[in-house]
Write a protein that binds this ligand. Structure first.
Ligand code: GUN
Ligand code: FE
Length: 456
């Protein structure tokens, strides 16, 4: 049982702040009760009324006193990340996207042929991601089957919910880092799916995700085979990079001249479904926005990578996606970007939306903090197709949550860099200070399905 202040999204534009909330998690990690307005002194009576014996409960009281202000929020969802790029974060500034892949990323990802190296880096990556409060991550692996199995094992061991894909790429990549054929790429993918099934038969924590890197690096035969694999394994999610940069779109359409746009290309191969996660979506024609809406695809907005990997200042039309109720979450894309923090991604989403407002002469209004928080939690859960299981505090969902701590401005000894809390600050102000200035030091506990998977 948790008692304290809870903050969560109820829709893209609104958060609910529950003071004196009392939330009960069952043995299966699902929220069974969420009562409002129960003062801390009233929890015993409330438990009695629910016929729950306090002695059978683990009770956590999250204080929201000025001297020790804390609250609970849903765990963050990172809808787009590349686990093998963990050790290259921040590198390659000044390079255009396709040059950056050739000179920084492919040589780096090729190192994952070595299983010992893969385990070492993946342990660091998953620990680092959990520490940032990411309870669900959507990861690309490298092209190697063995290393990708290790990534799945590491997520299982550490308790992070994850979507993991063996990266498919059988053309236009260096010889030392290309699938030898479409058939081999498909075979390794099937073998990876079998591995996950053997460890987690119902995909309750780890779900394999079909991962064509992007059309440039896939032959028609491979794209067709992956689309068929998704269709026969009904419901398997799919992820790829979509309309990221002008140079990438031009290269794609010259390799696939039979298509006018990327939406028709991926759709032709059966890769656009209601379980597809499309990273970036920066340059969208009205027709493509309409197609994403009609096909119910989700967008992983990666505002940090979009403004650091060269190719232009790529400000995706997030306001338009929200207007059309297209699913949108946030991705750290932490090889392309510089940060593995969803808090940083939320802030950059806010900044990029200011640019977008200017670029559209006011038509696309900048995002509110509520909208950025929604994308980081419930929006990401919708993109990943787990909004019936996670994303906010609704009875029946799993308790995936973060205990956030803040410090009073008067506390000299605080190890936190976040803006201090002053007497009289309401919870909306505390939330704003958290959103704009907090980092991983503010994340005291990370829960997945009611279990603590990290404490600081
Ligand atoms: N397009 C294809 N591969 C990648 C990648 O690794 N990162 C980004 N940002 N874009 C890509
Ligand atoms: Fe990416």
């Amino acid at each position: 049982m948790f008692h304290g202040t809870f903050i969560h999204s109820t829709s893209p534009g609104s958060i609910e702040i529950v003071h004196d909330g009392m939330l009960v998690v069952g043995p299966d990690g699902r929220i069974v009760h969420f009562l409002h307005d129960i003062p801390v002194g009233g929890t015993q009576t409330a438990l009695d009324r629910l016929s729950i014996r306090a002695s059978e409960c683990h009770i956590s009281i999250i204080s929201s006193d000025k001297s020790n202000p804390g609250f609970l929020i849903p765990g963050f969802v990172d809808a787009h990340n590349h686990a093998p790029q963990w050790a290259q974060r921040g590198l390659g500034r000044g390079l255009q996207i396709l040059e950056w892949l050739d000179t920084v990323t492919f040589p780096n990802e090729a190192k994952f042929a070595n299983k010992d190296y893969a385990r070492k880096v993946y342990e660091s990556c998953v620990n680092g991601s959990i520490k940032q409060g990411i309870t669900t991550a959507c990861y690309y692996g490298s092209l190697h089957g063995d290393a990708t199995k290790i990534l799945a094992d590491v997520c299982l061991e550490k308790g992070q919910r994850a979507f993991i894909g063996k990266c498919n790429m059988d053309q236009n990549s260096p010889v030392y880092y290309t699938d030898v054929s479409a058939d081999e790429s498909l075979r390794v993918t099937e073998d990876f799916i079998s591995h996950v099934r053997s460890r987690d038969p119902t995909f309750s924590q780890i779900t394999p995700i079909i991962t064509p890197r992007f059309a440039i690096s896939c032959t028609r035969e491979l794209l067709k085979g992956l689309g068929e694999m998704a269709a026969v394994n009904e419901g398997l999610p799919i992820q790829t990079h979509f309309n990221e940069a002008e140079s990438e779109i031009a290269a794609t359409l010259s390799l696939f001249p039979e298509f006018d746009n990327e939406a028709d290309l991926y759709d032709h191969f059966g890769l656009l479904t209601n379980r597809t996660v499309l990273a970036h979506c920066c340059h969208m024609t009205p027709y493509e926005v309409e197609r994403l809406k009609a096909l119910d695809c989700g967008v992983a907005h990666c505002p940090i990578a979009n403004t650091t990997v060269g190719g232009g200042f790529m400000a995706a039309p997030i306001r338009e996606f929200l207007r059309q109720d297209i699913k949108v979450g946030l991705g750290t894309d932490s090889g392309g970007g510089f940060s593995s923090s969803i808090l940083d991604a939320m802030r950059q989403a806010f900044i990029v939306s200011n640019a977008r407002e200017m670029m559209t002469k006011g038509e696309d209004k900048s995002l509110s903090l509520e909208e950025c928080f929604y994308m980081a939690t419930l929006g990401g859960a919708r993109v990943c197709g787990i909004d019936h299981e996670a994303g906010n505090f609704v009875v029946g969902k799993h308790f995936d949550a973060l205990h956030i701590r803040m410090a009073s401005v008067e506390e000299d000894e605080s190890d936190l860099a976040s803006t201090g809390i002053e007497t009289g600050d309401g919870m909306r102000t505390v939330f704003e200070k958290f959103m704009m200035t907090a980092d991983d030091r503010n994340i005291a506990n990370v829960y997945v399905r009611g279990n603590i998977i990290h404490s600081s």
